[in-house]
Structure formats: structure tokens, C-alpha cells
Design a protein around this ligand. Sequence first.
Ligand code: SF4
Ligand code: SF4
Length: 83
Amino acid sequence: MAKDKQQVVVSIYPDWCKGCGICAAFCPGEVLELGPDGKARVVQGATCRNCGFCEHHCPDFAIVVKTKRRIANNREVDHAHEG
Ligand code: SF4
Ligand code: SF4
């Protein structure tokens, strides 16, 4: 069986983002940039290293980093209640 590789999902809440650019400037995976609307956006999620820098340093708590495996586990818990 293939090794369970975690995929990282970076979510940005534009309403909370003030466009300071800290996340884009210091992201080691070059995942983020400021879009034309002045808000942060994900440009290449696949290179996210799950370091957590953006989530921990965003002054407005506008970024959340999660792993897909964690999301999948939550779904499995939901399905278990259906049976
Ligand atoms: S650090 Fe937060 S507020 Fe600043 S650009 Fe990134 S998401 Fe927006
Ligand atoms: S968790 Fe790290 S690598 Fe991933 S987007 Fe945030 S700063 Fe970049």
C-alpha cells in the first residue's frame, strides 16, 4: 500500500486579509502572492511545506493551513454515524 502522504490545503479568508504581504514575502514554498485585489492568494499550493508560518504570522488570522488527511478523517467520522 502506498505511503499515506499528507497534502496540505491553505485557505485564505479575503475579508480578513488586509494585504500586508507578510505571508507571501516569507513563505518558503512560494505558495502565496498578493493578487490584483490586494489580497493574498494561493498560486501553487502543491509546494506548501506545512511550516505554519503564514497561519502563525498573519496579523489578521486570515490564513488556515490544514492537511487533507485530517479533513478526510473528519469525513470518515461523519459517515460512521450514518450506519
Ligand atoms: S499575512 Fe494575512 S493579512 Fe497579510 S497579506 Fe497575508 S493573509 Fe493578508
Ligand atoms: S504553511 Fe508555510 S509553506 Fe505553506 S503556505 Fe504557509 S508559509 Fe507557505
